[in-house]
Design a protein around this ligand. Structure first.
Ligand code: BGC
Length: 746
């Protein structure tokens, strides 16, 4: 009976939604019939904020042009306008002046929080906690929508194997399985169940595709990858986002195998909109259409517009080539009007779904804005997220957790009292210096005597989103004082790493050690007092072999957002038992990059005691810390896994026991290896994980289900296939520490 009622309710809801969709499609058709070609092109044009709309209209120049274009229906979207009042003013220009009153859609980079800042996405990914990640995106959406926004340019789902690439901070790391789950969680968090609600916004999955495979980790660089990597590593998180109902996509700056992504018909039209059935719209990346001239793919702006429109790029972000040329290209037969109509239909569809046609000002309520920005519930959510994102990398002699009283602590490092850097890179709407510093967190949570010494300045001058910061590589005057404080302390806590503006867009690094004078500081302080905890703050994996070898305790504290210091202090003092696991391999040496856990075996795997196998003669193949790695204040033991097969599925059962003295959370991981395949498979592929919470001494048996969805792969024609044969299954605490069992399927 229950099942019957359930199915009945499902049918009712589906029928209602189908009816709603059909109504929207009818309205779009009606509107399209009334639109001039110029107005259609207008919907396909997006500008960045160019003046203070609450002030007088610009009197001349390009801004005057843009202002007039909004009023005459030649603009469909704005980015970088925010604030309930500002958005309302800008929206009025379009709604009250244009012939058809079509509302603008307002986009913004809401990447890890909006005003209340969450950990950077790479850090969040270390939680492997889909509920917390979804909640974090939800909180960001609530605050963004309260500021009048309808649309975020997130999630970035680019898989990357290169820690030099600055934008690894914005993604989910190196693994497509984990990346796909996170893509789904983030899309659902931003969009919720009802896009028209005033606390949800449309998501935008980016950058389609292969941006994370920029050669040598240099941002914007060429990507040149084989079909197997494209289908099995790069594309799965994008597909997961479509399946989760993501309403928009962004294409990408890079070229992929010789074609700039913005002009890639296969990716945009055939695969995304065709095979995957995506019915939202694609926005270009900033200026990526006009950049095709520099790529050597388009002759000029007009040609760039032609290539982009024909390939399926629906909206032009700041290239200005659609507004200038698209009308003419249609009239001269270079671009089919059907392509334009399709693009406009997609854009209008999302505007309808957001409810902008019912009330273009529905997101512009100043009272709601005041109530929701920096809401206490949001602080709680980002604190929870920050704690879950922390990874304990080393804890020899159980230095951690620290006692809460009776300790003389030397807290050393420029980042230890920094209230800005922990906000990370994409924190455009945040207020400066609003993060809780480690110093503040540690002071508020204990009765210890804490002495803070900077040691060495990390940088000089100001730190801004739009410019490189000036890293200090010469000035070391403060080291003496830091050494002095350390020698008088019971324990030293060093907070070292990167500034929040050392990762992110345009911030690739050729060296990925501790920047500036920090390694020197670390060594000198360690010589004075080796009873030391190192807290890392960074937006990418760092190569820190000396610290990993010598410092007894290391905590990965990323850039954790507004609540950074409270989260870190609660781990240092043991109020929170860390459970994060690395979503990206940490190399020992930048020259090992790209280094990742799911590599291919090659014909000459090792290790061997001779010359002719796949290795370096001057460095080990092993990473510093592997994918999936992370410790706890307790220990866990895994039983031998057992496998039961039924046709082409397998159940893998394992018992996990908390063998330590305190309660803890373990993220159990399952990897497979398809032993023989028509396209070779990696030595390990993550295909399952589960967060297990255990009291001291307690055990839990968990079962992973492997189905054809986990056991197959994409062949070089992009077809998903499952092949008969033997599989190894490896279950354990990280990609490098597992227990194995095997099975076969027919
Ligand atoms: C970035 C995008 C971002 C866009 C808008 C570009 O430079 O690559 O990820 O969404 O700017 O700010």
């Amino acid at each position: 009976m229950k099942r019957f009622l359930f199915s009945f309710a499902f049918i009712l809801i589906s029928t209602f939604l189908m009816g709603q969709n059909a109504k929207i499609e009818q309205k779009i058709t009606k509107l399209l019939d009334q639109m001039t070609l110029e107005e259609k092109v207008g919907q396909m044009t997006q500008y960045s904020s160019f003046f203070d709309v609450t002030g007088p209209a610009p009197s001349g120049g390009d801004n005057k042009n843009k202002y007039d274009q909004i009023k005459t229906g030649q603009v469909g979207s704005m980015l970088n306008v925010r604030g309930a009042k500002q958005v309302r003013e800008m929206q009025k220009l379009a709604v009250e002046n244009t012939r058809l009153g079509i509302p603008l859609i307002f986009g913004y980079d809401v990447i890890h929080g909006h005003k209340t800042i969450a950990p950077i996405p790479l850090a969040e990914s270390a939680s492997w906690d889909m509920e917390a990640i979804q909640r974090s995106a939800e909180v960001a959406a609530i605050e963004a929508a309260a500021e009048g926004l309808n649309w975020t340019f997130a999630p970035m789902v680019d898989i990357s194997r290169d820690a030099r690439w600055g934008r690894v901070m914005e993604g989910a790391g190196e693994d497509p399985f984990l990346g796909s789950k996170i893509a789904k969680a983030r899309v659902q968090g931003f969009q919720g169940d009802d896009l028209s609600a005033t606390n949800t916004i449309a998501a935008c999955t980016k950058h389609f595709a292969a941006y994370g495979f920029a050669e040598s980790g240099k941002d914007y660089n060429t990507a040149d990858i084989g079909t197997s990597t494209l289908y099995n590593i790069v594309l799965p998180p994008f597909k997961a986002a479509v399946d989760a109902g993501c309403r928009t996509f962004m294409n990408s700056f890079n070229e992929l195998n010789g074609i700039p992504a913005t002009a890639d018909t296969y990716l945009q039209r055939d695969l995304l909109k065709g095979e995957w059935g995506f019915d939202g719209f694609i926005v270009s990346d900033w200026g990526s259409m006009i950049e095709m001239v520099a790529h050597g793919h388009a002759e000029d702006g007009k040609h760039a517009a032609e290539l982009s429109a024909n390939a399926g790029s629906d909206m032009d972000m700041e290239s200005h080539v659609y507004v200038k040329h698209l009308k003419n290209l249609v009239e001269s037969g270079k671009v089919d009007i059907a392509h334009v109509d399709d693009a406009v239909r997609r854009i209008l569809r999302v505007k309808f779904e957001l409810g902008l046609f019912d009330d273009p000002y529905k997101y512009c309520d100043e009272a709601r804005e005041k109530e929701l920005l920096y809401n206490a519930a949001h602080t709680e959510a980002v604190l929870d997220m920050a704690k879950k994102s922390i990874v304990l990398l080393k804890n020899e002699k159980n230095i951690l957790p620290l006692a809460k009283s009776g300790q003389k602590i030397a807290l050393i490092g420029d980042l230890a009292d920094d209230k800005n850097s922990p906000l990370g890179n994409w924190r455009l709407a945040s207020d400066n210096n609003t993060a809780v510093s480690v110093l503040e967190g540690m002071e508020s949570m204990s009765k210890n005597t804490i002495t803070h010494e900077t040691g060495v300045q990390l940088y000089s001058g100001d730190a801004f989103f739009h410019q490189h910061i000036n890293i200090n590589t010469t000035e070391a005057n403060g080291i003496g004082k830091a050494v002095e404080a350390a020698s008088q302390a019971d324990v030293v806590v060093m907070v070292l790493g990167e500034h929040g503006f050392q990762s992110g867009e345009g911030r690739s690094r050729a060296n990925i050690g501790l920047p500036g004078m920090q390694e020197e500081l670390l060594k000198m302080v360690y010589a004075a007092n080796p009873n030391m905890v190192l807290v890392l703050m960074n937006g990418r994996p760092l190569a820190i072999p000396w610290a990993a070898e010598n410092v007894p305790a290391i905590v990965e504290g990323w850039q954790l957002g507004s609540q950074s210091g409270n989260a870190i202090a609660s781990v240092l003092y043991g109020d929170y038992n860390p459970s994060g696991k690395l979503p990206m391999t940490f190399p020992r040496d930048v020259n090992q990059v790209p280094i990742y856990y799911n590599y291919k075996n090659t014909g000459r795997p090792g290790p061997k005691n001779e010359v002719f196998w796949s290795h370096y003669s001057d460095q080990t193949n092993a990473p510093l810390y592997p994918f999936g790695y992370g410790l706890s204040y307790t220990t866990f033991e895994y039983s031998e896994p057992k496998v039961t097969t039924m046709g082409r599925t397998a159940d893998v059962t394992v018992t996990i026991t908390n063998t330590g003295k305190v309660a803890g959370t373990e993220i159990a991981q399952l990897y497979i290896r398809d032993k023989v395949a028509s396209v070779t498979r990696p030595v390990k592929e993550l295909k399952g994980f589960e967060k297990v919470v255990l009291e001291a001494g307690a055990s839990k048996t968990i079962t992973f289900k492997l189905t054809e969805q986990e056991l197959g792969f994409y062949n070089n024609q992009g077809k998903y296939i499952v092949e008969a044969g033997q599989f190894d299954v490896m279950v354990g605490t990280s990609s490098a520490d597992t227990k194995k069992v095997s099975f076969s399927i027919k």
